[in-house]
Write a protein that binds this ligand. Structure first.
Ligand code: ZN
Length: 421
């Protein structure tokens, strides 16, 4: 509850009006809303109404929604208040140029692959609603065919405004390629695994979010047709395992709108098709921001994974990665129920050991979706050890429970700063 004092003060002194970024679609403005809620059941009801919960405290949550959801909250008897957003939260701070926009990301990935063509290839796994490529980089140290080695998939930015969740997988890609041949452990891991990185699952939403200022706090994709009718689908509620349950919005205006059917969106269809055709993927990590959490299935039910061994692998790995990053490990539904998310599907359908990271910061008041560019370096480096840990165990993640102790336990100080070669 370390933020309680600051947060209470902010809500007390600011006028209770929603902020109104210009350039939003026909969905009216976004509201930052503080809602009294102290149980996971209450939080599940809130998220089912279509509020994107971004921060959880003992007695309340902080979320983002549109006016329709405020009406629904009122009708359901929730006690809440909306607030103006401090100016620093309306925009990337000065120096935001260090974040990658679509063009920069694409050209830097292509340059990186070209510079390391013995290790990496780039391809598009499909197109977005607006026809943009969904770029993926494959990294593997020896010239083998796809599917011959144990595989691991890293995914970034299902939610448009979560910009650090692009930077982290992009930095991972860069780190693996640039350290190959210089760092013994990375050389070994890259040689022994097939590593896929898709740093930006939602290019349309991201482009929309950062085109023109102030930025728009856009979460979903850009589904919906003409410019005036775009509603967007929450790509992390559109996957097909237990799709349509609690914890996703059925109203297109909601922040957590699940879409018209499971896998209704080209972006989730592309990820599905890729995973369906690569049975050597044993492990998956999907990056989001923020809250500093490490989450594992299930999201759709409060019950734990039924297979005790699989549950134990998730729990053990999440705890180990929590020690590396300082993030809090827990089952996703301990926060609230979500249905249709990536990791429920990848585990539920394919038994892939699957995690969601909610990256920096811990609180919306520490920068939320638009933290200063000065944090990129620290956050990306902090997330290298858990990524290497997952790559290490991707040959058989169940080793973490059979050997008792994680092998080659990594910490930031093990790998950073790099030792002179
Ligand atoms: Zn997210």
């Amino acid at each position: 509850m370390r933020k309680m004092g600051i947060l209470s003060l902010v809500f007390l002194v600011l006028p209770l009006t929603a902020f109104t970024p210009s350039g939003t679609s026909s969905l009216d403005t976004s509201h930052v809303v503080k809602i009294d809620a102290s149980t996971r059941e209450e939080r599940t009801e809130i998220t089912s109404l279509g509020v994107a919960i971004e921060e959880i405290h003992d007695t309340y949550i902080v979320g983002i929604c549109h006016s329709n959801q405020l009406k629904d909250l009122k009708a359901k008897g929730f006690v809440f208040e909306t607030t103006s957003t401090p100016a620093f939260l309306l925009d990337f701070p000065p120096g935001d140029g260090a974040f990658h926009n679509l063009q920069e990301l694409e050209s830097e990935m292509k340059a990186l692959v070209q510079a390391h063509s013995n290790l990496a290839t780039i391809s598009s796994i499909g197109k977005s609603v607006e026809g943009r490529d969904l770029w993926m980089v494959r990294i593997s140290g020896t010239q083998t065919k796809e599917g011959e080695k144990a595989g691991i998939l890293f995914l970034g930015t299902h939610h448009a405004r979560e910009h650090l969740s692009t930077e982290v997988p992009f930095f991972l890609m860069k780190h693996l390629l640039e350290k190959y041949g210089k760092d013994e452990k990375i050389t070994r891991l890259v040689n022994e695994r097939e590593i896929w990185i898709i740093p930006l699952v939602n290019p349309d939403g991201t482009d929309y979010d950062i085109t023109d200022k102030p930025y728009k706090w856009w979460r979903k994709n850009r589904q919906g047709g003409g410019a005036q009718s775009i509603y967007g689908v929450d790509l992390n509620r559109n996957y097909g395992y237990k799709w349509g349950g609690q914890g996703a919005g059925s109203d297109p205006s909601s922040e957590t709108y699940r879409g018209t059917s499971a896998f209704s969106e080209p972006e989730t269809q592309a990820v599905k098709a890729f995973i369906d055709t690569h049975p050597n993927i044993t492990t998956l990590l999907s990056y989001h921001t923020f809250s500093e959490l490490i989450l594992y299935p299930w999201g759709y039910t409060y019950d734990s994974i039924e297979d005790q061994q699989a549950f134990k692998v998730h729990e053990t790995m999440a705890q180990a990665m929590g020690r590396m990053t300082g993030y809090k490990p827990q089952q996703s539904s301990d926060l609230y129920i979500t249905s249709g998310d990536t990791t429920d599907w990848s585990f539920g359908e394919h038994k892939i050991i699957s995690f969601t990271f909610e990256l920096y910061p811990a609180s919306i008041w520490d920068g939320g979706f638009y933290p200063p560019a000065s944090v990129i370096e620290g956050v990306t480096k902090n997330n290298i050890p858990p990524a290497l840990y997952l790559i290490e165990y991707a040959d058989n993640p169940y080793r973490v429970i059979t050997t008792g102790q994680p092998r080659d336990f990594l910490t930031v100080s093990d790998i950073w700063p790099p030792k002179p070669q």
